[in-house]
Design a protein around this ligand. Structure first.
Ligand SMILES: [Zn+2]
Length: 410
């Protein structure tokens, strides 16, 4: 039997006395420990049309989910309430209100897009983020339309939608007969033959919808399109409305204020200030790279001079401020031009160096894998590599490292 849906015509009733007519252990997959209850009437709207079901209680028993099958509303309860029991249904009206704000704002935006471009709404869902206690902390509406819209037109639509909100026009649901429906021009994703329900935003939109709706456009508070991208030949738009949009504004303002303080910029000039800073940082990055290259080149010349003068087989170079790229570059330069095994101690942090040791492929009488083992034993280094290059980390004891390599040179 069909359940009387109180939310169809009044979405602001948060308590309802009704009688449980059926209650049985659920056989639905994943819901086996729950009870399926049907009542004479209900204020619980089921999941559908891109929106989750209402949350709430039957007396003190939590309602976990609500589904509709053939006009019958099934409430999934955490414990059994025998048929014949009179119960008080209670829903979380604050959550429903936020969902209605976002859902009806989506109707409004779609209606305006349909009027201006003739596009249809081909996809919709409310996207919700919850905290660890299952409280919904943010709601957004994600919608698809079947044609392209540029940024300027989207801004225009957004402005018109907010004017419509401010104009405080009535919002209500109609339940027309099939005959009556013939005379009404409405938007719909599906061809609905029976039980048509239309949500009207007077003067702006009429759309087939099964979800609870607001009473006036002003209740939407404000709507902001926060994301738009091309999607299957049309557009995917993400928007946020109502109290969720106000919260979003508060958060965005906090971020903006932080940037204002750091860059000493004016409220509406943060983007320019960040752009300037970014350009400056890129310039510094380039200058830094050029300086690093110059330092490596200078060091290469000096190292080669020392190695050649002293005819060294092993040479260790300390460069605590070098990064890995600089160190490898130095080794490659030296190894290419000499027959010396070169070690670089770089990136000194917490009394530890990172190191890299390399040699020319022509030097066959020295095994770097053997050297790695020796370094592990005598210098407590870690790491390994190939016959041409080894790398790792090593305690920053310069005296010990120096005497190790001096010994190798004997
Ligand atoms: Zn809808």
């Amino acid at each position: 039997m069909k359940t009387k849906k109180i939310f169809d015509t009044d979405a602001f009733i948060k308590e309802n006395k009704t009688t449980v007519t059926k209650c049985a252990l659920s056989e639905r997959e994943g819901f086996e420990k729950l009870y399926e209850a049907v009542t004479d009437s209900t204020i619980f709207s089921p999941e559908g049309g891109g929106q989750k079901s209402d949350e709430g209680f039957f007396d003190d028993v939590r309602v976990v989910d609500v589904q509709e099958f053939d006009g019958e509303i099934i409430h999934f309860l955490e414990s059994e309430i025998p048929a014949g029991t009179e119960v008080l249904q209670k829903i979380d009206l604050d959550l429903r209100f936020r969902r209605m704000q976002n859902h009806n704002a989506e109707h409004l935006i779609c209606g305006l897009i349909h009027k201006k471009f003739g596009y249809s709404n081909v996809g919709f869902h409310l996207s919700e983020t919850s905290d660890e206690n299952r409280n919904v902390i943010r709601i957004e509406a994600v919608m698809d339309v079947d044609g392209p819209i540029d940024a300027k037109d989207l801004e225009e639509i957004e402005l018109q939608a907010n004017m419509a909100i401010a104009s405080n026009v009535p919002v209500y649901a109609l339940l027309p007969s099939a005959e009556e429906a013939k005379d009404i021009a409405y938007r719909s994703k599906l061809d609905i033959e029976e039980n048509l329900r239309l949500v009207v935003i007077e003067g702006y939109d009429i759309c087939a919808c099964c979800a609870p709706c607001l009473k006036s456009s002003a209740e939407m508070q404000l709507v902001k399109i926060i994301d738009s991208m091309p999607h299957r030949g049309g557009m995917r738009l993400t928007l946020i409305a109502g109290i969720d949009a106000v919260k979003d504004y508060i958060d965005i303002h906090k971020d903006n204020k932080k940037i204002m303080n750091i860059l000493s910029s004016k409220r509406n000039e943060c983007a320019n200030a960040v752009e300037n800073l970014y350009e400056k940082s890129m310039q510094l990055h380039e200058e830094n790279s050029a300086l690093k290259k110059e330092i490596t080149d200078l060091n290469t010349k000096e190292v080669i001079k020392k190695i050649t003068e002293n005819n060294l087989k092993f040479y260790v170079f300390y460069a605590p401020d070098f990064d890995e790229i600089q160190s490898r570059k130095l080794i490659n330069e030296v190894a290419l031009k000499t027959k010396t095994v070169m070690a670089v101690m770089f990136e000194k942090k917490n009394s530890t160096y990172r190191f890299v040791v390399g040699k020319n492929a022509d030097v066959t009488d020295i095994s770097l894998r053997e050297l790695a083992k020796n370094m592990q034993n005598k210098l407590s280094s870690r790491g390994g590599g190939s016959e041409q290059m080894i790398q790792g980390s090593i305690p920053a004891n310069d005296d010990l490292i120096n005497s190790f390599f001096e010994e190798m040179n004997k």
